[in-house]
Design a binder for this molecule. Sequence first.
Ligand code: NAD
Length: 484
Amino acid sequence: MAFADTNLYIDGALRPARDGRVYENIAPATEAVIGRAADADTADAEDAIAAARRAFDNSDWSTNLALRLDALTRLHEELTRAAEVNRARVSAETGAPIGLTRSYQYDLPVEFIPWVVEHARSFAFERDLGEYVSMGSPTRRMVVKEAAGVVAAITPWNAPVQINLAKIVSALAAGCTVVLKAAPETPWSAALIGEAAAAAGFPAGVLNVLTSSHKAAIGESLVRDPRVDVVSFTGSTETGRRIAASAAESIKKVFLELGGKSANIILDDAEFPTALYGSLGVCFHAGQGCSIATRMLLPRSRYEEAIGILKGILESVSYGDPNNAEQFMGPVVSAAQRDRVMEYIGIGRAEGARLVTGGRVPDLPAQGYYIQPTLFADVTNEMRIAREEIFGPVLVAIPYEDDDDAVRIANDSIYGLGGAVSGSPARAMNIARRIRTGTMNVNFGNVFGPDSPFGGYKQSGNGREMGAEGFEEFLETKVIGTPA
Ligand code: NAD
């Protein structure tokens, strides 16, 4: 299947890269070229930053709430209208099964936009603190929340529409202007937002969308540029560390949503086998999700029983062509990602973990970057496969002795992004409160929603995206005093 080439969106216009450069978009499911995207370089990034700065400084975008909410309402309409074309593009470039575009890979993040619009509409941008006599001056004080400025949104390829919209919709609603920099692997999931903004008649410069084959150069120029006030980044911890260091030069506000190695704790009174179906998370978009619970902690008393059930569950997963609605799992995003995951599977074997099932690149009739659903048993929390983010369909199963031991192992990680626990409700809830992590699902609850703040503890990042907290990341606080 071939798709139309896409443009950059800069200063209110859809246009090619300055020198007309394009690059090929490869489908992970077939390894075939399915189209092209504009290939921005730093000169295009310069245009985008200048446009966003002008729109922030010289237009009424940051102060005119009604203008912003009308624009976002039209953006929602355009993304809804183009849903069928867009879901095909998103599924093709990410390799995510088409069914996932009916949930978090397209429809859900689009459905979330009206929540942000209504939240901004009812948000108290001003708060009266009343009077206070300080140093002899009776003063009436007012706290004013103002847009933080120009935002650079730098995003990854695993859930690109969701992450792109989570950043830009809140930022725009708050009154910021935005330069969105897409991951090289998934340009169309950003370009389609530029197309919708153009169709929605956005004022020039408030949103700018860059697609580029350059992995680091465009992002680095955004992070370094003194005209950018806020960096909102999702991606690897390694890149996040580099961005935080570089942004420190100009003391930017930095939001980081980084990696995870979340634990799914199965208590000995959990319902077997139901609770073990949580293992399917590692096959959700082939395990390419930052908050997937990739360490399963099992009670030693029921360890072998659980391993037997998990083997059956993972071996029942259907995988293949993402366009076939029967398939639960598609490929990983690229040859590089497949090689990285296969390297980790090799590391697991070398560390002495027991490979229970999977571990190979399957023999499928078609091309594509597929990996078998993989289970390692006899894993200790010291092994690299238990400590490092693999970002593929690989589950590691770790035994524990009692509830305290389970909590200790779950918390013994540099990460703290997601997590889950299954068992009798009061006991599971008690454990949920003890895990140092940004989200926790108890007995198959699912926290994901427009009003749910998302983000991590420890090296999983700082700040929150979405919900009331995510909105306020894009605001500055000013206090104004007048004589009482
Ligand atoms: P990455 O961190 O390299 O890239 C994420 C984004 O940052 C992309 O847009 C990339 O072009 C940009 N970027 C890369 N280097 C940069 C730099 N020096 N300055 C500014 N921007 C830069 O992540 P990736 O290549 O997409 O994936 C690598 C690994 O990251 C994955 O295997 C996975 O472990 C992890 N990852 C995590 C998440 C998450 O949501 N936490 C998402 C995707 C990937």
